[in-house]
Write a protein of this length. Structure first.
Length: 599
């Protein structure tokens, strides 16, 4: 009995669509790229319920005829290549001819389109790869795609979509990647009727500022180099603007966004020993390479690209970035702007203000080799009692000089505790010696304090002398209000200035010396990147993030009083052995193990 059979076209299309259309952001990426290829100068995107209910993309490109509109939804139908050799001379974003067919296989699609040569356009309805209707319609030149009920015929796929906030974040990322590489095109995006971003045509630097806020202008330096292999232009952040979270890192090649870990390493190598370990920097690098030397046909998503001369380009990227950093570090700042400066009067000396030459008095009869007859030995300082000044004691120092610790009754430690190398606290116990990591102990104490602040809403705020402004990208718009509200429960005072800008007017008491904008930015980035929804999880992430940054630094020498207080608070915590993220706080070395070391 034969068991192999051909799948129906509808099933095959749904399977193939799974590679191209993974989530609503994939739909927007494919449709906006098609609009770019059609020569659009204005592209408007609108989504409802993060793309679950509907996605609409309107452009003013060249549009399609009624025949092309119908044929565009067939698999492997494209206007961008005609033969295999064309894959190595691509000048368009798309080329596979799978995007529209994949979208039509898993959604309900309505297309209105018209070319400049036609007086009337075409309206096409497709549902699950089946053409429902096609009829003439009055519409402007360009294309208007409406995608409704994504994955309506694949419930399992729809069920695995993430929360609206997470999906909206992915949509914004896909939208920003295209907007950054085409600054001469006008873009706008709306979510549930609210405009999130409107980008007018601009130069690349201005487009970066429009997307990520004006503050990023102060962080970036420009780079540019041209070689026979490639041309590199763009911007990189200065070393002092390195961050652990929230960096914007983008590679573009021939107008296409790409992910390239190898080239990322080249950029980071240029910052070797210039930024702390574990921190990252922002960069926006635009590469122009001969299309014959790259292969973009690796994956349907087209974010993975192979280069013929990867190692050579790696060296060029590293040298270019390093040169830009060197030029920035060596530049001197001279201010020639005298407008508004105070008028400093010129000094004009006269007889009364002229400085006089100093007068020196000396004894011409003084002879240093002649013995003095007036020397009085009684005027010498008395040396009596000099031995007492240098009297030493052979008594060893007593432990009474150490401040004893009065620990909680449930603490296993005795009153003797000593700091070691600014990192550990050595304590005696009934069975041996206990070693405590002071930084991690401080994390545990602060974590539980901030958690209580969330529950009781009684955190104290310390006002800052000069409020600082922080800018968040539009992709954070859905989750940002709730995250900032939770930060206020911790003691932050943050007010909305509009346009994605916020003013930090106060920080939790005891954190006055920290960089407020960096602290808030990292906390918000960590919370949103993890995509948590439940308030309890948000509390945990924020409390842990703040505790890590506010904990006693490694290497700080603590006073006996501070050690006393830290140990007391540690043993009042719900758990003393581990930090909230599972790292060991203390360990005990039994007496018998210590004795073995000296046998």
């Amino acid at each position: 009995m034969d068991i192999i059979h051909l799948l129906p076209d509808s099933v095959a299309n749904q399977i193939a669509a799974g590679e191209v259309i993974q989530r609503p952001a994939s739909v927007i990426k494919e449709l906006v790229e098609n609009s770019i290829d059609a020569g659009a100068r204005n592209i408007d995107v609108s989504v409802v319920d993060a793309g679950r209910t509907s996605i609409q993309v309107i452009d003013d490109g060249k549009g399609m005829s009624d025949t092309d509109a119908r044929l565009s939804f067939e698999r492997h139908a494209t206007s961008k290549i005609q033969q295999a050799e064309d894959l190595f001379s691509l000048h368009t974003m798309g080329f596979r001819g799978e995007a529209l067919a994949s979208i039509a296989a898993v959604a309900q699609v309505t297309l209105k389109t018209r070319t400049a040569d036609d007086e009337i356009g075409t309206e096409l309805h497709i549902e699950g790869s089946n053409v429902i209707s096609q009829e003439p319609v009055a519409c402007p030149v360009g294309s208007n795609f409406t995608i409704e009920n994504l994955f309506f015929n694949i419930p399992a796929r729809r069920k695995f979509l993430k929360s609206n906030a997470t999906e909206m974040n992915n949509i914004m990322q896909a939208f920003e990647r295209i907007a950054l590489v085409y600054p001469d095109v006008s873009f706008s995006i709306r979510s549930n009727g609210t405009e999130l971003l409107h980008l007018n045509p601009a130069n690349p630097h201005q487009r970066i500022s429009d997307v990520f806020g004006k503050r990023i202008n102060q962080e970036l330096v420009s780079i540019e180099t041209e070689t026979t292999l490639c041309t590199i232009k763009g911007y990189v952040a200065t070393p002092q603007n390195a961050k652990k979270k929230g960096c914007h890192q983008y590679f573009f090649v021939n107008g296409r966004y790409m992910k390239h870990p190898y080239f990322h390493k080249a950029v980071m190598s240029a910052y070797d020993r210039l930024i702390p370990e574990g921190e990252q920097i922002s960069y926006f690098l635009y590469l122009t390479v001969n299309p014959e030397n790259i292969d973009v046909n690796i994956h349907p998503v087209k974010t993975e690209i192979k280069f013929d001369n990867e190692q050579a380009i790696w060296q060029i990227i590293m040298a270019t970035v390093r040169d830009a950093i060197g030029r920035y570090a060596g530049a001197t700042s001279l201010d020639f702007d005298q407008e508004g400066k105070p008028d400093i009067p010129v000094f004009t000396p006269d007889e009364n203000t002229m400085a006089k030459a100093p007068h020196i008095d000396f004894n011409p009869n003084y002879n240093p080799f002649k013995k003095s007859t007036n020397y009085d030995s009684s005027s010498r300082p008395s040396a009596k009692g000099w031995k007492e000044l240098f009297k030493a004691t052979d008594d060893p120092p007593s432990h009474s000089s150490l401040t004893p610790l009065s620990l909680p009754s449930h603490s296993p430690l005795t009153p003797l505790s000593l700091p070691y190398k600014g990192r550990y606290i050595l304590c005696e116990s009934e069975n041996g010696m206990i070693i405590i990591d002071q930084h991690r102990a401080s994390q545990r104490v602060l974590f539980e304090r901030y958690k209580r602040a969330f529950e009781e809403h009684n955190a104290h705020t310390q006002k800052v002398l000069f409020p600082e402004v922080i800018q968040f990208p539009a992709s954070y718009s859905d989750q940002l209000p709730s995250t900032l509200e939770e930060l206020q429960h911790l003691g932050f005072d943050i007010s909305n200035l509009g346009g994605g800008s916020y003013s930090i007017n106060g920080v939790p008491a005891g954190l006055g010396g920290m960089d407020a904008t960096k602290l808030v930015g990292e906390l918000v980035n960590e919370t949103i990147e993890q995509g948590v929804k439940a308030s309890e999880e948000v509390h945990t992430i924020l409390a842990l993030g703040l505790a890590k940054r506010a904990a006693t630094p490694v290497g700080e020498i603590m006073s006996p009083e501070d050690i006393d207080s830290l140990i007391k608070q540690l043993f009042e915590c719900s758990t003393q052995k581990y930090t909230p993220d599972g790292k060991l706080i203390l360990t005990e070395i039994p007496d018998d193990e210590l004795l073995k070391k000296f046998h």
